[in-house]
Design a protein around this ligand. Structure first.
Ligand SMILES: Cc1cc2nc3c(=O)[nH]c(=O)nc-3n(C[C@H](O)[C@H](O)[C@H](O)COP(=O)(O)OP(=O)(O)OC[C@H]3O[C@@H](n4cnc5c(N)ncnc54)[C@H](O)[C@@H]3O)c2cc1C
Length: 389
């Protein structure tokens, strides 16, 4: 038997849950006819360093949610370095970065969605998405679903984009991550790094268009470090070392041995302003639409897409126009679009100017310019999104 609803959201990560939570605020009477499907069951593992910038917290607060309920670790400073030296950022009276674990954060968000009357069907894997002139048929391993509108929130490897936009260009970053204890074999190393997050861009002159990170985190209350390497693939045509090599090198500089830990990888689909993000009756949010190309930061971005998608769905239902023909334009013209375009431009600029002298100048010599740019066009966009009501 086919299950029919008004809005079907494919994926219960931050993008899908944010879309659903915003819908309960902008269009409360729709709540009983919104259904969220996910192939996993929360709490589910999700490879992610879990760094939450202030914009993510603002979007959650505006949904009436307090992320401090989720176990977290705060980074009081964030360092942006080239080969161990660069600039350090502190935010007066608050943390620079809050770090959560995604199994806990996404589970918490899913419980909040349920408590607001939203239905999530877990362990349902979407296989195909087929829009037609009257609605959308979604084929899953648990039967067929039919909806007036569908939201593709199934992440970087999701099926929605592949089904509805099979020929659209794909831009993906390579990302590796490893968790370690805080015990470094280099005496004193951990004390300095304990409460700080590090981004090191020494990999750029080696044709890896990204950085190595090292964040404080916790796993079941136990303090840990989360290390990783991000490569936008913007220099994919050049000769590059295997991605794990510079990560191992950076970890060993701080007294950690990569080969003693489990290394995991996952791609991040990143945003390009020219990519399509909807077809009639189906729109994409979160990684399915495109995360931040500059840092691969996608949690605040996913939450922001939810704000805009809910508004777009409300408009489509009120005007009886399910074409979503203006969705991309509305995203690009929004504060979320503003930060994504800025990050796309900056990534294309700083990762392709890969000379060592330029990277040294950027991270060590141009502190006021970098901080001003970060403050004005990379961060502080969420406050300018419309308030959900
Ligand atoms: C190693 C790594 C480190 C990262 N670190 C950070 C960080 O520190 N800070 C940050 O902001 N971002 C980070 N990111 C990016 C961030 O994880 C993503 O941008 C974010 O998860 C996007 O949210 P989403 O809801 O779009 O997708 P997801 O979180 O991927 O959620 C998609 C959901 O869809 C479900 N799904 C997928 N396919 C199907 C299917 N066929 N049927 C049904 N359900 C399906 C999945 O089970 C999942 O629950 C990192 C990413 C990686 C890979």
């Amino acid at each position: 038997m086919t299950v029919s609803v008004d809005v079907l959201i494919l994926g219960a990560g931050p993008a899908g849950l944010s879309t659903a939570l915003h819908l309960t605020q902008v269009c409360p009477r729709l709540t009983p006819s919104v259904l969220i499907l996910d192939k996993a069951r929360h709490p589910r593992p999700k490879l992610c360093a879990g760094g939450l910038v202030a914009d993510a917290e603002i979007l959650l607060q505006r949904l009436g949610l307090d992320v401090r309920e989720v176990p977290h670790m705060d980074s009081l400073a964030a360092h942006f370095d080239f080969a161990g030296r660069g600039l350090s950022v502190r935010v007066p009276k608050r943390h620079a970065l809050r770090v959560i674990r995604r199994d806990e954060f996404d589970h918490w968000l899913a419980e909040k969605a349920k408590s607001r009357g939203l239905e999530i069907r877990e362990q349902v894997t979407v296989k195909d998405v087929r829009p037609d002139s009257d609605g959308v048929t979604v084929i899953t391993d648990a039967g067929e679903f039919r909806a007036r509108l569908v939201v593709g929130a199934d992440g970087s490897n999701g099926v929605t984009r592949r089904c509805v936009l099979p020929n659209a260009p794909v831009h993906t970053a390579r990302v590796l991550e490893v968790l370690t204890s805080t015990e470094s074999v280099v005496a004193g190393s951990n004390d300095r790094r304990k409460q700080a997050a590090f981004f090191d861009f020494f990999v750029v002159p080696r044709n890896i268009a990204g950085y190595v990170w090292d964040f404080p985190t916790q796993v079941q209350g136990e303090p840990m470090r989360c290390w990783g390497i991000y490569d936008t693939n913007l220099l994919a045509g050049e000769s590059r070392p295997p991605l794990r090599e510079p990560l191992a090198e950076e970890m060993s500089r701080h007294g950690y041995a990569l080969n003693q830990h489990e290394l995991k990888g996952h791609p991040i689909r990143w945003f390009d302003p020219f990519d399509p993000i909807s077809v009639p009756r189906v729109l994409l949010v979160g990684d399915a639409a495109g995360a931040d190309p500059l840092f691969g930061e996608g949690i605040s971005i996913a939450l922001g897409y939810g704000n805009l998608a809910a508004r777009e769905i409300k408009r489509a239902l009120e005007t009886n126009d399910p074409s979503f023909s203006k969705y991309r334009r509305h995203v690009l013209a929004s504060p979320l679009g503003g930060t994504l375009i800025a990050r796309w431009l900056i990534a294309n600029f700083i990762y392709t100017l890969k000379w060592k002298w330029f990277q040294v100048l950027l991270w060590r010599g141009l502190k006021p310019v970098v901080i001003l740019t970060a403050w004005t066009v990379v961060l502080n966009w969420a406050r300018r999104l419309p308030i959900p009501k």
